[in-house]
Design a binder for this molecule. Structure first.
Ligand SMILES: [Zn+2]
Length: 338
């Protein structure tokens, strides 16, 4: 496993309550093609480990649920074992995964990236192997909770936080009254499939005009190709926007407008204190933000206009691991150490 660069959120590095506590918490961000593990003391990231087992490929070749479960549990378990070797004070393990997790029994119901893992128990074999409490949550919910924990010191009145992760797709998570809201079936906040363009681009979900087709990395690529006929990665388009390329900036403006429309709908329902935007596209936030704001100004009702606080994530992509670790902590019902 590769040790990654260790970072400390500036607001938390000097918190004396956090410095004193010796208990460690392990949070995992399980992606389709990479696995990240963060060891936290309080809210401080002590160590981060990355490995790339390509679980999507492993599951695709597994053929059935039993094999997929066995292989994923072994690969994830081996990564956990490495981290625990170096950090023996870890008291519990929280895992964020891209998929729907049953809020009642924590089974992974389905993951678009991990074939064959329908209705699968990933927790029991890991609890047995490590004799530690393990929990499993949706990755966007984990990121929402991590962002909530990081934002709370700066917003004393913070209770409700909406998180939107702009990556290859779009994930959403909600913290309501300080608790993650998974919904009745673990499928709340499927923000990427809010329809923002009737009769728009065809989406993988079968509908047309979903937010994901405009405001994700894939959506930005589609917009850029529509304008120019050229195929570029979202990272390249971001760099071209930074360098002043008009088509690249237009693609991000279109993404921002679609995101602003969706956020206006969501805020009319939720009235969240804070909306946090994260994910791989966040480096290009300056090219989206003005369009987000103009769409909000146009679409919100007067009582909400100008009162929706939107912030780009400053967690350096650690919120998912942090949130998973802390949801795990609360699930394990061991003392909270903030
Ligand atoms: Zn869709």
């Amino acid at each position: 496993m590769t040790p990654a660069k260790t970072s400390v959120h500036p607001a938390l590095a000097t918190d004396p309550k956090i410095q004193r506590n010796a208990a460690l918490h392990l949070g995992l961000d399980i992606g389709g093609t990479n696995l990240r593990l963060g060891v936290f003391r309080g809210l401080r990231l002590l160590s981060e480990y990355r490995t790339a087992p390509d679980l999507s490929e492993v599951c695709r070749h597994a053929g059935n649920r039993e094999d997929a479960q066995r292989l994923v549990v072994r690969l994830v378990g081996d990564a956990i074992a490495d981290a625990l070797c170096k950090h023996k004070q870890v008291q519990h393990i929280g895992m964020g995964i891209p998929g729907f997790v049953d809020p009642g029994n924590s089974l992974l119901l389905q993951s678009p990236n991990l074939q064959h893992l329908e209705n699968t128990d990933l927790i029991s074999p890991l609890q047995k192997r490590f004799s530690l409490p393990v929990c499993l949550v949706n990755d966007a919910n984990a990121a929402a909770y991590g962002e909530y924990l990081l934002a709370r010191p700066h917003h004393s009145d913070l209770r409700h936080l909406l998180y939107v992760g702009l990556g290859t797709g779009i994930g959403g998570g909600l913290v309501l009254n300080g608790q993650v809201y998974p919904g009745a079936h673990g499928s709340a906040l499927e923000i990427g499939h809010l329809i923002v363009e009737p009769n728009g681009r065809v989406c993988g979900c079968g509908n047309r005009g979903c937010l994901e087709q405009y405001a994700s990395a894939s959506g930005v690529k589609l917009s850029y190709t529509e304008y120019t006929g050229c195929h570029k990665t979202a990272r390249d388009i971001g760099q071209m926007a930074d360098a002043g390329d008009r088509s690249a900036r237009q693609a991000f403006w279109q993404a921002g407008r679609a995101l602003g429309q969706a956020l206006a709908h969501l805020q009319k329902i939720l009235d969240a204190d804070l909306v946090c935007i994260g994910g791989g596209l966040i480096g290009s936030w300056p090219w989206m933000a003005p369009a987000v704001q103009s769409a909000l100004d146009a679409d919100l009702i007067p009582i909400l206009r100008g009162r929706t606080r939107i912030t780009p994530s400053s967690s350096a992509d650690c919120a998912g691991m942090l949130g998973a670790a802390y949801i795990g902590l609360e699930t394990a019902e061991v003392p909270h150490d903030e």
